[in-house]
Write a protein that binds this ligand. Structure first.
Ligand code: FAD
Length: 329
């Protein structure tokens, strides 16, 4: 038997969509039907979320509830996850390539002395039982397929919005087991004392299905209102290029690209963004890309599915108006 562990990231007591995507991926990676998908849910007052994980594909859920775990702790969560991985003799440990997953994944791999593949966009169980992972490298210039010869404790983080959520209803409810290990924080060097949320976009950028991004072509910060108007009409998140962020028009949390966030929405609308490689590194895996730019030779058009050559100050308000009309109709 070769169980697969899924770290079920939650934020404010709600399971993140990427955790359900990881459960869906885990079901597809099973070597045999009897392999168990084991979810690990860590936090405080989170037991109400176990049915979500059960429907998402978990066969067993470790519920690790403790006020000490209400906030993320790299070492605390890493210890819990690696202890459960050993207990379950997990061959594979999956989690989202979120800020938390990017920190936790390598930590767990190091604790278990297992191989690590980050930001995967595909996973495949080969006929001989080995796993391969596909992941963009060098800012998306190369797509590498990597494999591990280790049969145990392989750790992978999955890029959000890439893997489908499991939609096959499972007949059996997941077994929920309370994992009551008193957290020992004595040896822990870094603790999160407080989390201050920024007044950011209403929809989290990395999980958004639609993103409207603005660049230097907007010319001034007030003009971001155009981007926000279109985003609101579409129920989208707002993003920005580094040029817009460096100019102080938007905080860094909005930045898409190599030194910003990596996003994979169904639809990415780039307004007044030239398409520098560093920007493309963060959004080129979007399913559909629409570019609005007045320069017909702007590099963004090379990867756009739909391109509008023209002045964004005319096009974006028209587009917003038409989308509102369609929604009202
Ligand atoms: P510009 O390149 O100046 O493009 C503005 C575009 O707006 C032009 O194509 C222009 O034709 C168009 N435009 C102007 N007026 C209008 C109008 N009225 N209507 C329509 N179109 C109009 N960049 C990122 O975005 N994210 C990153 O994470 C990132 N990381 C980097 C890391 C490193 C190490 C380095 C060196 C650079 C990084 N950059 C990053 C910067 C990147 O190289 C570009 O400088 C940046 O992406 C340019 O932003 P922009 O497209 O908004 O601006």
């Amino acid at each position: 038997m070769s169980n697969i562990l899924v770290f079920s990231e939650q934020r404010d007591g709600k399971i993140k969509r990427v955790a359900l995507e990881a459960l869906g991926a885990a079901r597809k990676c099973r070597a045999q039907e009897t392999d168990q998908i084991v979810a690990v849910l860590i936090g405080e007052n989170i037991s109400a979320q176990t049915p979500v994980l059960s429907t998402g594909g978990a066969d067993k859920i470790y519920l690790v509830e403790n006020p000490q775990y209400s906030r993320y702790s790299s070492e605390g969560y890493g210890t819990v996850l690696s202890d459960i991985a050993k207990k379950e003799q997990a061959s594979l440990i999956l989690m989202g390539a979120t800020a938390m997953g990017k920190d936790l994944g390598p930590k767990v791999a190091a604790k278990l002395n297992g191989p690590f593949a980050g930001d995967c966009i595909a996973l495949k169980r080969q006929e001989d039982g080995t796993m391969t992972a596909t992941r963009p490298m060098y800012g998306g210039k190369v797509i590498a397929t990597v494999m591990s010869h280790s049969p145990m404790f392989q750790v992978a983080t999955l890029r959000p919005n890439v893997f489908p959520v499991n939609d096959q209803n499972k007949s059996k409810e997941a077994v929920v087991e309370q994992y009551k290990v008193p957290p020992d924080f004595s040896g822990i060097k870094a603790l999160v004392r407080e989390v201050l949320s920024t007044a950011g976009s209403k929809v989290e950028l990395t999980e958004a299905d639609i993103i409207v991004s603005g660049g230097r072509g907007l010319k001034s910060p007030e003009h971001f209102a155009l981007i926000e108007g279109l985003a609101e009409a579409l129920g989208a998140a707002v993003g920005a290029s580094r040029a817009a962020v460096d100019a102080g028009w938007k905080p860094h949390s909005y930045q898409v690209g190599l030194t910003g966030k990596t996003v994979s929405p169904s639809l990415y609308i780039a307004c007044g963004i030239s398409g520098a490689v560093q920007h493309l590194a963060g959004m080129s895996s979007s399913k559909y890309i629409v570019a609005i730019n007045k320069d017909p030779n702007a590099p963004i058009f090379k990867i756009a599915n739909y391109g509008i050559v023209g002045d964004l100050f005319e096009i974006v308000p028209l587009l917003t108006e038409e989308i509102k009309k369609m929604k009202d109709a």
